[in-house]
Design a binder for this molecule. Structure first.
Ligand code: COA
Length: 246
């Protein structure tokens, strides 16, 4: 089974998570492949935008929990870490189409996307603290900046799931689209981005993100805390419980 499906269409590289038996949870191989597709797409003049989506009425249930237990060293060569830094460095715009669960990195990666569309079935969750972990992807900086401290605290400290409606009210997504039209709608937006003059598009995007090095620093700090938590007994117990369905 190919867990990452990639397709280039009208200047858009569409990257689709596809691991139905684990609700599209991202394992190490999937991170590696996504990162390769992004790096390749950045270097290809024919690709002018990216789009993330998920198969099987699910975006992604986040990092593979078994991988959390088996790969505690989150150094710069760890595939998930490489993916996050690659995402931060992208010059080309990114669109996301979110259907079903978007858990953990499934929600934090959206903070790096330019346009995010969801359907009614979308359920977002940032359960890092619930799992005795800390958030990643610069979410501890980007989320309070985007939605305000108190709301971010609610989502990050309580870790409860929230709907597409709430995500829209909080400006975390651009719009809610009818489920049957979500993919085509998001793709049409990505194609429009791909048709814009690339130099001004990329320059504008870069100017809108003046705090990149600050985000990079925050990601680094988050990963230090994350690694420490991951080695702790509380996180290991909670993650093992999930795997064993206790
Ligand atoms: N990592 C590894 N396996 C995962 C997974 C993940 N992140 N998310 C789901 N799975 C697996 C389940 O263990 C189960 O496997 P099994 O059939 O071999 O037992 C299968 O995918 C289906 O999951 P299930 O929980 O039964 O599906 P659901 O539709 O009832 O719920 C979710 C879907 C996404 C809400 C739920 O699976 C979930 O909360 N997953 C964990 C998300 C998470 O905590 N991610 C990490 C954030 S830091």
């Amino acid at each position: 089974m190919n867990n990452i499906q990639v397709q280039d269409q009208q200047g858009v590289r569409i990257i689709c998570f596809n691991r139905p038996e684990k609700r599209n949870a991202l394992n190490l191989d999937m991170y590696k492949r996504v990162t390769e597709y992004l790096i390749e797409g950045e270097a290809d003049n024919g690709i002018r935008a990216f789009m993330f989506c998920g198969k099987n009425q699910c975006f992604t249930s986040g990092n593979d929990i078994a991988d959390f237990l088996n790969n505690g060293d989150l150094g710069p060569t760890h595939p998930a870490v490489r993916f996050l830094y690659c995402l931060l460095e992208l010059k080309k715009p990114v669109v996301a189409a979110v259907s079903g669960s978007a858990v953990g990195i499934g929600t934090t990666l959206l903070l790096h996307c330019d346009l995010v569309y969801a359907d009614d079935s979308a359920v977002f969750q940032l359960p890092f603290v619930n799992l005795a972990l800390v958030p990643e992807a610069g979410a501890t900086l980007l989320l309070p900046k985007l939605i305000g401290y108190q709301k971010a605290a609610e989502l990050l400290l309580l870790g409860e799931s929230f709907s597409a409606e709430t995500a829209k009210q909080l400006n975390m997504i651009n719009d809610i689209v009818e489920a049957s039209q979500l993919y085509e709608f998001a793709l049409a937006k990505a194609v429009r981005l791909a048709q814009q003059p690339p130099q001004s598009l990329q320059a504008t995007r870069q100017l809108m993100r003046p705090h990149k090095s600050r985000v990079q620093h925050q990601m680094h700090q988050e990963l230090e805390q994350f690694s420490a938590c991951l080695h702790g007994e509380e996180a290991r117990t909670k993650l093992t419980k999930f795997i064993q369905k206790k």
